[in-house]
Design a protein around this ligand. Structure first.
Ligand code: GLV
Ligand code: MG
Length: 346
């Protein structure tokens, strides 16, 4: 393992120094667009004010014969728009594909100074991050990119889940990671064709009662992986995300899956359909009642120590920290969104 001082050195002469802390950004939804479609690109100016992150997708869901058009469409879309505080990301093709070299070379060459994050699919171990890390440094140096481009890994192979801690700490470029439930299900030979969400056959069955009735509760297939990802990310000060929810017709199930992820520590989720933008915004912005209660805790314990009772509930140093997580997030949301600022009274 490298000493920390080596860890923070640039990997190429002329590349910008790595960030020591992540830039503070609100990233409640990572909105996917297929950039080879002109009519989708035409809607980007409208989207900019509505979403926290716009991601040009180059990988799965882009047809083979549109791979190059998607890359060029993404470049054109980034050149043509001013994104303000909205994040600009791309999901490149996988490391074993024939497109990844040109994806990175052409994109960093053309719009490297506007690109915040590269999402890397099917990451299996730290070695994948090291490769992209070095290559990005070379490209940043060649094209005089001023700030480091961050890496976001998709956790979507069994080997990736096994190595999640090494992936999270592989580089100061690590921004975070997203659960990829579709590829992960395939990699693990899970018997589901769903993209995220629960499954009616994955359940806990209560004991039979005298009248023969049994309670049944459907369980969350992704609980274990999300928990493992959240710990790996939090331990390294990077951000965990829930990924895609594929059933666009079931808004309630999508909201439930997103909310479980939010409660467990995730910062956001992917929106693959315009209807999922509002769901993610509502879920990943803290609840107004919770914000109010959290502010009461902070006000009652100005130095964060001791114990007090508020509305019959015990508060101490630990609950002060919990309250601070909620209030800090509420402040970020309020700074971006006037409606929430009013709702929170901030
Ligand atoms: C996302 O890429 C997934 O495979 O779920
Ligand atoms: Mg995938």
């Amino acid at each position: 393992m490298k000493l920390p001082r080596k860890f923070y050195e640039s990997l190429a002469i002329g590349a910008p120094a790595p960030f020591r802390a992540l830039p503070v950004r609100l990233e409640r939804m990572i909105h996917f667009v297929p950039p080879h479609l002109e009519k989708v690109r035409a809607k980007v100016p409208e989207l900019v004010g509505q979403v926290d992150v716009i991601l040009g997708n180059l990988e799965d869901a882009i047809p083979l014969d549109a791979k190059e058009a998607a890359r060029k469409g993404f470049i054109e879309m980034v050149q043509a728009n001013d994104f303000g505080t909205t994040g600009v990301w791309t999901r490149i093709n996988a490391l074993n594909s024939p497109w990844i070299l040109d994806d990175l070379l052409e994109i960093v060459g053309a719009i490297g100074n506007k690109l915040d994050v590269v999402m890397v699919p099917k990451v299996e171990g730290a070695w994948d991050i090291h490769y992209i890390d070095q290559f990005l440094a070379q490209l940043e140096a060649r094209f005089a990119v001023k700030k480091p481009i961050l890496i976001h890994a998709i956790l979507e192979t069994a080997e990736g889940v096994k190595n999640v801690e090494e992936i999270a700490s592989a580089s100061p470029r690590m921004h975070g990671m997203s659960l990829g439930p579709a590829d992960l299900a395939a990699s693990r030979a899970m018997k589901t064709t769903r993209v995220g969400g629960g499954h009616p056959d994955y359940k806990v069955l209560g004991d039979a009662s005298g009248d023969g009735l049994r309670t049944i509760a459907q369980q969350d297939l992704w609980h274990y992986t999300v928990a493992k990802m959240v710990d790996a990310c939090a331990a390294n000060s990077i951000k965990p995300f829930y990924g895609p929810f594929g059933d666009f017709s079931d808004a309630q199930a999508c909201e439930t899956q997103f909310r479980n992820a939010f409660l467990m520590g995730c910062a956001g989720a992917w929106s693959l359909h315009p209807s999922q933008i509002a769901i993610a915004k509502a879920v990943f912005s803290p609840d107004a009642g919770e914000v109010k209660f959290a502010r009461k805790i902070l006000d009652a314990m100005p130095d964060g120590t001791g114990a007090v009772m508020i509305d019959g509930k015990m508060q101490d140093d630990a609950t002060w920290k919990q309250a601070k997580v909620i209030v800090d997030l509420a402040k970020q949301v309020a700074a971006k969104d006037k409606d929430f600022a009013e709702l929170y009274g901030l």
